[in-house]
Design a binder for this molecule. Structure first.
Ligand code: 39S
Ligand code: ZN
Length: 760
């Protein structure tokens, strides 16, 4: 049996690519130096994979920013405005990803969206009616040749044309069907080229197939693949799916001339059933995704070997694969010096997963693997998990009642109380919480971590930051203020570090978008709160201002979704445990005079099943109550805010209203405020701040631009429900652009208020 992976992380074991790219953005290094860093990262990981004994080594899984963006550039899907500026190829690429504002012009970034059910974000390519799709790029070819020159035969990876078509944004009249022929032809040319260079297998990623697939979808897939099949000669084509099962179309796909079909046995609940429900064609290979590409727990060998055996018994030729790209897990356990071995033994990051593949490969060749040390050691891991049960937490959870999920009184009555209590102007202005995490802020945390600073020094530093931040907000004229979140490395990792039941890592970075990475904490056991977490910072901040200060917390669903979750208890149970811990924090903030509390649920949508039929039963039916459990205990005049970013909400807008917050802010600016219609149609009750400008780009929005966005909002949202705010936290931004942007935002709000007065 052979082994394969779908893709590997690419930021570098110690985030070398991130640092090089950010230096390139600041013009501290040249393009040549950046390219060299990329080449070095690719070389190291290809050689590592080769040395591990991996049979199918991917290439073209590397990217300077994102693979969807790479695919767009490969096939000339570059909107005119980026071509006009006359940049180099690499600068055009980065302008599409991040926007550009400078001597050569002023262009916005393309939209960015969540990649299926992950915390990775892709750039949404656009086609215009006059976009001429054709093979104009070279990246997959140069990377294939680069590996070949190192003596390594690779399996080039491309995002498949069907998924690409489904995720594209169509700016003109042309739709997916209209561009399928030219896109298919361009892919065919790429396949031909790879074959001519010597590629034996080519992987086409089609994760979109794990959605509910219609007859029209299947027809589109067949149409776009027709030229590709015609171009197939010496190479073999692998259709790779992940993030779920392909129950709707598996049988149809088996009829098509693919040579391999990759399925996900981890997230695909119906994969086993689907695969065993029909005969497998003699001329194909099944790439069986049995190693979890998304979570960090060791694979359970007895279970995996059992499925492999069943597949072999059914006469199915199998390649052992990961369930999805390893992009979603950290590189290696090697740099984790503080985690005890008794914990580490339970984890496998990307590098350790390569070892697991090799071990499973040799175990599967034996008639009785159960006597092997590797097998015995692995099986033992699943019987000796220590300190993960906390009886007090279980006891508390068992006593919650239905009434604990409902805040009293109902929305309208609360809204009236709050209006009186706060006396905010029409269109109140606020921010989402974090202020720029400038170099000094990160250096302070590093100094504290290394013991170079005392706790007192660290606290004093952050207090000074908070005081400066409040002064800035008052000068800018914002209405509801924040403390700035300077004490947090990340909105989830920070809570992970302060809650019992979590483990955290030192270097276990995972890419979230572009150069930005996260270090998800690990939920090891039952979760509870040791002591108040944010209260001292928030009360200090409130003591410095007359304005209402928003306390800032991360909600339970987001903490769960942006951590590595347990696999020994349900997600629902873990989330409810976290909800109770955060509920205690909410009530402590309220007790200490914080009158507005924001509970971020940035990642609410993340684990929403990709199939609609599973939405409520499997997810929303506990995720929404988990949020309600957090805030149901507050007084009527305490205002609860929540915030969500980067996702499409239109289809779950009703569930979001059911969270029963008083105010919700979200990211809509980078997707042209598409959400507004559904707010109107669904009579959305919660007050809203749809985000008047995009904070993920360093561009400063003009007053006019912001006013235009607000006018668009006012066409769909009642004036008394509208808040004015950026679309997400400001931590990734610089101070200068932040002040300039917020100044324009406040100015825009003032002008709109005047317009409203004049109308009356
Ligand atoms: N978990 C999570 N997911 C999310 C978001 C989010 O905020 N959190 N936002 C959305 C967008 N995604 C984002 C993901 C990451 C970042 C981000 O800014 N990440 C930072 C890292 C933040 C962090 O944890 N920083 C640490 C570590 C800082 C660091 O690199 N320290 C250096 C030393 C630095 C120095 O001495 O100056 C080191 O340890 O080597 C800290 O502040 O303590 C980065 O990549 O640059 C932003 C948005 C969606 N998903
Ligand atoms: Zn956000």
């Amino acid at each position: 049996m052979q082994t394969s992976i779908i893709g590997y992380p690419r930021v570098g074991t110690l985030r070398e690519l991130k640092f090089a790219t950010e230096k390139f953005f600041k013009q501290e290094i040249s393009e040549t130096q950046l390219q060299e860093t990329g080449r070095e990262i690719r070389r190291r990981q290809w050689q590592l994979q080769k040395a591990s004994g991996l049979d199918f080594i991917p290439s073209n899984d590397f990217s300077f920013y994102d693979l969807m963006l790479d695919t767009a550039v490969l096939f000339n899907c570059i909107p005119k405005e980026y071509k006009k500026a006359g940049f180099t190829a690499l600068d055009t690429y980065f302008a599409m990803a991040r926007g550009y504002q400078g001597e050569k012009g002023d262009v916005k970034a393309l939209a960015m969206k969540k990649w299926f059910n992950t915390n990775y974000h892709y750039i949404v390519p656009e086609v215009e009616d006059d976009t001429e799709i054709s093979l104009t790029g070279t990246k997959p070819f140069t990377e294939y040749q680069e590996a070949a020159a190192l003596g390594i035969q690779t399996k080039p990876v491309l995002i498949g044309p069907f998924t690409f078509l489904k995720l594209l944004r169509y700016k003109g009249r042309k739709n997916a069907a209209a561009i399928a022929p030219s896109l298919g032809a361009a892919y065919a040319a790429a396949v031909q080229k790879l074959q001519s260079l010597g590629a034996t297998w080519i992987q086409l990623d089609e994760p979109y197939l794990v959605h509910d697939i219609t007859g029209d979808d299947l027809q589109l897939l067949k149409n776009v693949y027709a030229p590709i099949f015609a171009a197939k000669s010496t190479g073999k084509l692998l259709l790779q799916t992940y993030f779920g099962d392909i129950r709707d179309c598996y049988k149809d796909l088996l009829q098509l001339p693919f040579d391999g079909i990759g399925v996900d046995f981890i997230e695909g609940k119906e994969t086993q059933h689907t695969v065993f429900s029909c005969a497998f064609p003699k001329d194909k290979v099944l790439f069986a995704g049995l190693l979890n590409g998304k979570n960090i727990w060791r694979n359970h060998y007895p279970k995996t070997l059992e499925i492999l055996q069943k597949l072999q018994a059914a006469g199915i030729p199998v390649v052992l694969n990961t369930s999805c790209s390893l992009l979603h897990v950290p590189y290696t356990l090697q740099h984790e010096t503080k985690l005890d071995d008794s914990y580490k033994a339970h984890f496998a990051f990307a590098e350790e997963k390569l070892t697991e593949l090799a071990e499973l490969k040799s175990l599967s060749a034996l008639s009785d693997p159960t006597k092997e040390p590797a097998y015995i050691a692995n099986a033992a891991l699943f019987t000796n998990r220590h300190d993960c049960v906390n009886e007090a937490v279980r006891q508390r959870l068992s006593t919650i009642r239905d009434s604990d999920f409902t805040r009293q009184p109902a929305f309208a009555e609360r809204a009236a109380c709050q209006k009186k209590a706060f006396r905010l102007p029409l269109f109140p202005t606020t921010t989402i919480g974090s202020f720029p995490q400038t170099a000094d802020v990160k250096a302070a945390r590093t100094a504290r971590r290394k013991g170079e600073w005392t706790e007192r020094e660290y606290i004093d530093f952050n207090r000074k930051k908070i005081a400066d931040c409040l002064r800035l907000q008052e000068e800018l004229g914002l209405d509801v203020l924040v403390h700035g979140e300077f004490e947090r490395n990340d909105m989830v990792e920070y809570f992970g570090e302060h809650l019992k039941g979590f483990l955290f890592t030192e270097k276990a970075w995972v890419q979230s978008y572009g150069t930005r990475c996260v270090k998800p904490p690990i939920i090891w056991g039952d979760v509870s709160r040791r002591q108040a977490i944010t209260v001292p910072w928030s009360t200090y901040a409130q003591s410095l201002t007359e304005h209402p200060l928003k306390g800032m917390l991360t909600g339970p669903v987001t903490i769960l979704n942006w951590s590595f979750p347990r696999e020994d208890i349900s997600l629902k149970e873990s989330t409810y445990q976290i909800a109770l811990a955060i509920r205690d924090e909410v009530l402590d903030l309220e007790k200490n005079g914080i009158r507005i509390i924001q509970i971020d649920e940035a990642a609410l949508r993340e684990k929403l099943p990709l199939r609609k039929s599973d939405w409520f039963r499997e997810y929303l039916d506990w995720a929404i109550p988990a949020f309600r459990l957090v805030h149901s205990g507050v007084r009527p005049e305490t205002q609860i805010h929540t915030h969500m970013c980067y996702s499409e909400f239109t289809d779950i807008i009703h569930a979001i209203d059911q969270m029963d917050a008083d105010v919700i802010t979200f990211e809509a600016s980078r997707s042209d405020l598409q959400i507004l219609d559904s707010l109107l149609e669904n009579k959305f009750q919660t007050a809203v701040g749809p985000g008047v400008y995009d904070i993920h780009s360093p561009r400063v929005p003009s007053v006019e631009e912001i006013k235009t966005a607000v006018h668009k909002m006012l066409a769909k949202i009642p004036a008394e429900k509208l808040w004015i705010n950026p679309d997400c936290g400001l931590k990734t931004r610089g101070l200068a652009e932040t002040s300039a942007s917020l100044k324009n935002m406040v100015q825009a709000a003032r002008e709109i208020r005047r317009e409203q007065d004049a109308e009356k």
